[in-house]
Design a protein around this ligand. Structure first.
Ligand code: ADP
Length: 880
C-alpha cells in the first residue's frame, strides 16, 4: 500500500506549484470569481433593510477599529512606516465609517435638522476614499524608505495629527456642505463617483503587487487579496447598484467587510509569525542563556582552578625564594670559605716559595761548603802525588784520591737530585760531538768493567749524526749511570751501549740509547718503581752491591727535562736493557775553534787568584808556579779589587785572573763585572770557578765577558788547558768565542795537530778533507824526508805515515823519528797508511816503531777509531 502512496505523494510534491505561482493563481481566481458573481447578484431582486445596513456598517466599523489597532500593535512590534500609515489609516477609516454608520442608522432618522440620509452615499464613500489614499500613501512611504533607508521615519504624532485633522475636516465638510446625489439609473455605471475609489484601489493593488512582498510576506498577501476584494466591491457592485439596500449594495458591503477580515487575518498571521519567531528567539535566548550560564559556571570553575594554581604557585615561589635565599647564604658561606682557603693557599704558596728559596740557598751553600773541602782534599792529593814519595805513600794517596773521587760523585748525585727536586737543574745548550762524548763516558767505566772481566762495547750506528747541540754533560751522566749499574749488576758477560737514530725532523734528531747487560735482571713487579728515588730492586742487594738508589731517579728526571722518555726491558737472571730517547738539535755551523797557546808562553805570566778559601789558594799557587807562572793571591773580592787598584797605572797588569764564583761580601760575578768595567784591566782573561752552578750562570758569564766557567774541584790538566785556550783566544783576538766549559775542554782535547806524510796528491786531498772536517789541523809532507823535517821544527799530536814514498819511505822516517825521540823521551803516535795489505806488513810497520796500521783505501770509521785510541792512550799519563 505504502509503495503505491509514496510515488503519488512524491509526484504531488514535485508537481505542486511554488508559493508565488500559487498566490498568483489565487489572485487570478479571486478576480475571476468576483467578476463572475457580479451579474447574478445584479440581477437578483432581493432587498435588505436599513437595520441590516446599520448592522453591517457596525461590523465594518468594529472590524476597521480592530484592524487599525492591530496594525498599530504590529507597527509597535516591528517599527515600519507602512504599518503606521496603514494602522492610523484603518483607524481613521473606521472612525469615518462610524460617522457613516451614525448618519445611516435608523436611530437618527428624522431627528436631525437636515436630511442626513442625503449624505449616505458620500459618507459611505469618504472612508473608502480615505482608505484607498492611505494605501497609496503607504506605498509612497515604502518607496521613499527603500530608496533612502537612512531617512528618519515619519513621526507618529504627525501622522496621528494629520489623520485627526483629515477626519475632522471631512466631518465638518460633510456636515455643512450638501452633497449631490450622483445616481444615474440609466447608465451601466450607476454611481460613477465610486469609480474614483475603485481606481485608487486598483492603483494600490498594482502598487502592492509590484512591491512584490506578497510573495513571501503573509500580511502583504492578505493585503493584496483585501485590495482585490475592495476593488471588486467598488468596481463591480457599488458603482453599479440601482437601489439602496439591494443585493449588489449589500454584496459590496459584505465584500468591504471581507476586505477588513482579510487584512485582519493577514495581520494576525503576521503577528503570529512574529510572536512565533519571538517565542523561538526567546527559547533560543533562554537556551543561549542556559549555555551561557553553563559556560559562566565552567569559567568560574576554571577561574577557581586558576586561582588555586596561582595560590599554589605563590606558595611554591615563596618556597623556592626561601630555598634560593638559603642557597645564597650557603653560597656566600662557601665563597667566604673559599676565600679563606684561597688566602690560606696563598700563604702556603708563599711559605712554600720562601721554603723553596731557602732550600735552594741551602743547596748552594751545601754545595759550596762540601766542595770546598773536597777541593782541598783532591787538590792536595794531586799536588802530593806530584812530589817524590815512597811507593807505599803513593799507594795510600792513590786510595785517598779514588775515595775522594767516589765521595765527590756521591755528593754530586745527592746535590743533583736535590737540584732537580727544587727545579734548579739547568740544561746547557752547547755544541758537542756525540761519539767523543760517549767515548769519554765509556772510558770512565771501562777500567771497572775490565777489572770484573766484562766486555764493554759501544756501538753508535753510522746514520747517527755526530755534530749535535744539547747538554753533553747530562747525557754522559745518564749513560754513565746506566753503564755503571750494568757493570755493577753483571757478574759475567758484556755490557753493550747501542745508539740509533729514531727520526730526524728539520734541525732536530731523536736518538735512542740502549744499555744492555747480561746481569741479574730485575723482577717485573719492581720494574715500575725502579725510576723512583731511593728505590732498589732488591733491598738485600744493597749491601752486596752498594748504592743509594738515586742514580735511576736522576736519570729519569734528566731525560724528562730533555723532553725524552726512559724505560726498561728486563728478565731476572738474564739481564736488562735500559732504553731512553732524547732529542738533540743538529749543529748548523761547527763551533769556533780554540787555538791554545804553548805552555812555554805561560812563563812569568802574572796571575791574580781570587779565592776566600786559604787551602784552595795554596793549591792554585803551587800549581800555577809549577807551570812557571807568577800568581798573586787575593783572599776575597775587595782584596782583588784593591790589588788591581794597586797596579792601576800598568795596563793589563794581570793578563789572567782566576776567580772563585762564591765568596762572602763580593761574589765572583761582581768582581768580574768590576774588572771588565776598569779600562786598565778590561782585557784580562777571567776564569771563573764554581762550586755550585746556578741557573743562568752560563748566560751571565757570556754577558759579562768571562772567558771560562769551570766546576770545582778542577783537574790540573783541565785548568792548564782552560788557561791555554783562554789566553790563545785572547791572543788571536777572537770576537765572542763561546765560554770555555768542561765539555769544551774535552772537545778541544780532540782537535789534533796532525802531520800527514803522503806523496799522492789525491790521497793527500782526501785525507786532509776528512781530518779537517773533524776539526784537526793537518800539515802535509810529500816525502818521508820532508816529514822528518816537519817533525823536527813543529810539534804534532800524531803522524799519519804512508809507507811507500819517494826519497825516504815511511818505515825509514818512522825509525828516524823514534830515534830522535829517545833523547826527548816523548812518544808521538804514528799510524801507518798503506796499500800493502800483505801478510807481514803490519809486523813490519810495528817493528819500525809505528803504533797502528790502516789500509788504503781509507776506511773513515776505522781511521778515526785508530786515531782516537792512540791519542787517548797518549793523553792518559798527562792528565794526572
Ligand atoms: P743504586 O745507586 O742503588 O744503583 P739506581 O737508582 O741506579 O741506584 O738503581 C736502583 C736499583 O735498580 C738498583 O739498586 C738495582 O736494584 C736496580 N738496577 C738498576 N740497574 C740495574 C741493572 N742493570 N740490573 C739489575 N738491577 C738494576
Amino acid at each position: 500500500m505504502s509503495s503505491v502512496i509514496q510515488p503519488i505523494t512524491y509526484l504531488m510534491t514535485s508537481l505542486r506549484p511554488n508559493r508565488m505561482v500559487r498566490r498568483s493563481l489565487t489572485y487570478g481566481f479571486l478576480v475571476l470569481g468576483l467578476l463572475l458573481i457580479g451579474p447574478p447578484i445584479h440581477r437578483s431582486a432581493w432587498l435588505g433593510s436599513a437595520q441590516l445596513h446599520t448592522l453591517i456598517e457596525t461590523i465594518t466599523t468594529l472590524l476597521g477599529l480592530t484592524t487599525g489597532a492591530m496594525a498599530l500593535v504590529r507597527y509597535y512590534t516591528r517599527k515600519s512606516s507602512t504599518y503606521l500609515l496603514l494602522g492610523s489609516g484603518f483607524l481613521g477609516a473606521a472612525i469615518l465609517n462610524s460617522y457613516h454608520l451614525a448618519i445611516t442608522s435608523s436611530f437618527l432618522a428624522g431627528r436631525t435638522p437636515s436630511a442626513l440620509s442625503a449624505l449616505t452615499i458620500w459618507s459611505g464613500a469618504v472612508p473608502q476614499v480615505y482608505l484607498s489614499l492611505i494605501l497609496c500613501a503607504s506605498l509612497v512611504a515604502w518607496m521613499r524608505e527603500t530608496r533612502r533607508p537612512s531617512v528618519t521615519r515619519i513621526k507618529e504624532a504627525y501622522v496621528y495629527c494629520v489623520m485627526a485633522f483629515w477626519m475632522v475636516a471631512t466631518l465638518l465638510f460633510f456636515t455643512f456642505v450638501p452633497a449631490a446625489g450622483g445616481y444615474y439609473p440609466d447608465r451601466f455605471i450607476t454611481h460613477p463617483t465610486d469609480l474614483a475609489q475603485a481606481v485608487l484601489f486598483v492603483v494600490a493593488t498594482i502598487g502592492y503587487l509590484l512591491k512584490g512582498a506578497w510573495k513571501d510576506d503573509d500580511f502583504e498577501h492578505c493585503l493584496v487579496l483585501s485590495l482585490i476584494v475592495a476593488t471588486a466591491a467598488h468596481l463591480v457592485f457599488l458603482s453599479a447598484f440601482h437601489k439602496i439596500f439591494d443585493a449588489s449594495f449589500f454584496a459590496a458591503h459584505a465584500l468591504l467587510n471581507a476586505q477588513w477580515v482579510l487584512v485582519l487575518v493577514g495581520l494576525l498571521v503576521s503577528m503570529h509569525s512574529i510572536f512565533k519567531r519571538e517565542a523561538e528567539n526567546a527559547t533560543n535566548l533562554s537556551q543561549a542563556n542556559r549555555s551561557l550560564a553553563t559556560e559562566v559556571r565552567e569559567r568560574q570553575t576554571v577561574a577557581e582552578a586558576l586561582r588555586q594554581a596561582h595560590d599554589d604557585l605563590e606558595v611554591r615561589v615563596q618556597e623556592r625564594t626561601l630555598e634560593l635565599l638559603r642557597a645564597n647564604e650557603e653560597l656566600a658561606d662557601e665563597i667566604a670559605g673559599r676565600k679563606q682557603m684561597e688566602h690560606a693557599l696563598l700563604m702556603a704558596k708563599e711559605a712554600a716559595e720562601s721554603a723553596n728559596l731557602a732550600k735552594s740557598d741551602f743547596l748552594a751553600n751545601m754545595s759550596h761548603e762540601i766542595r770546598t773541602p773536597m777541593n782541598g782534599i783532591i787538590g792536595m792529593t794531586e799536588l802530593a802525588l806530584g812530589t817524590e814519595m815512597t811507593r807505599e805513600q803513593r799507594e795510600y794517596l792513590d786510595i785517598v784520591k779514588s775515595s775522594a773521587d767516589s765521595l765527590l760523585s756521591l755528593l754530586n748525585d745527592i746535590l743533583d737530585f736535590s737540584k732537580i727536586e727544587a727545579g734548579k737543574l739547568d740544561m746547557e745548550m752547547v755544541a758537542f760531538n756525540l761519539r767523543d762524548a760517549l767515548d769519554d763516558a765509556l772510558k770512565t767505566v771501562s777500567f771497572r768493567a775490565h777489572q770484573k772481566g766484562l766486555e764493554v762495547v759501544c756501538h753508535v750506528l753510522p746514520e747517527v749524526p755526530d755534530a749535535l747541540q744539547g747538554d753533553p754533560t747530562r747525557l754522559c751522566q745518564i749513560v754513565l749511570n746506566l753503564l755503571g749499574n750494568a757493570i755493577k749488576f753483571t757478574r759475567e758477560g758484556e755490557v753493550v751501549l747501542v745508539v740509533e737514530k729514531r727520526n730526524e725532523v728539520n734541525e732536530a734528531v731523536v736518538l735512542h740509547f740502549a744499555v744492555t747487560d747480561t746481569g741479574i735482571g730485575i723482577h717485573r713487579e719492581k720494574q715500575s718503581t725502579i725510576f723512583e728515588a731511593f728505590t732498589q730492586a732488591d733491598t738485600s742487594t744493597t749491601r752486596k752491591f752498594g748504592g743509594t738508589g738515586l742514580g735511576l731517579a736522576i736519570c729519569a728526571r734528566i731525560v724528562d727535562l730533555m723532553g725524552g722518555r726512559i724505560w726498561l726491558d728486563s728478565e731476572p737472571g738474564r739481564g736488562s736493557t735500559f732504553h731512553f730517547e732524547v732529542r738533540f738539535t743538529l749543529q748548523k755551523n761547527s763551533p769556533a775553534r780554540y787555538k791554545p797557546i804553548g805552555i812555554e808562553m805561560l812563563r812569568d805570566l802574572p796571575v791574580l787568584v781570587v779565592d776566600d778559601n786559604a787551602t784552595n789558594g795554596r793549591i792554585f799557587e803551587e800549581t800555577l808556579v809549577t807551570w812557571g807562572m807568577k800568581p798573586v793571591l787575593a783572599a776575597g773580592g775587595p782584596q782583588a779589587l784593591a790589588a788591581l787598584q794597586h797596579v792601576s797605572g800598568k795596563e793589563n797588569a794581570f793578563p789572567l785572573i782566576i776567580v772563585d764564583a762564591r765568596m762572602p761580601e763580593l761574589d765572583g760575578f761582581s768582581v768580574a763585572k768590576a774588572i771588565k768595567l776598569d779600562p786598565n784591566h778590561s782585557e784580562s782573561v777571567i776564569i771563573m770557578l764554581t762550586s755550585a752552578g746556578m741557573r743562568g750562570d752560563g748566560e751571565r758569564c757570556r754577558e759579562l765577558g768571562i772567558n771560562a766557567y769551570l766546576p770545582k774541584p778542577i783537574r790540573r790538566s783541565d785548568l792548564l788547558e782552560a788557561i791555554k785556550m783562554a789566553l790563545g783566544s785572547q791572543q788571536h783576538g777572537e770576537k765572542g768565542p763561546p765560554v770555555i766549559t768542561r765539555h769544551l775542554l774535552r772537545e778541544s782535547r780532540r782537535q789534533l795537530k796532525i802531520l800527514l806524510a803522503e806523496d799522492n796528491a789525491v790521497n793527500q786531498l782526501l785525507a786532509v778533507r776528512l781530518l779537517e772536517k773533524r776539526g784537526h789541523t793537518v800539515t802535509v809532507a810529500a816525502t818521508g824526508k820532508l816529514a822528518l823535517e816537519a817533525h823536527e821544527t813543529q810539534s804534532f799530536d800524531l803522524v799519519l805515515m804512508d809507507v811507500q814514498m819517494p826519497e825516504m819511505d815511511g818505515l825509514e822516517a818512522t825509525v828516524a823519528i823514534r830515534q830522535r825521540e829517545k833523547k826527548s823521551g816523548k812518544h808521538i803516535p804514528i799510524i801507518a797508511m798503506t796499500a800493502h795489505a800483505m801478510v807481514g806488513d803490519r809486523e813490519l810497520c810495528l817493528k819500525a816503531g809505528m803504533d797502528a796500521y790502516v789500509t788504503k783505501p781509507l776506511d773513515v770509521g776505522y781511521l778515526f777509531a785508530a786515531i782516537d785510541e792512540l791519542v787517548d792512550s797518549a793523553l792518559q799519563p798527562s792528565t794526572v
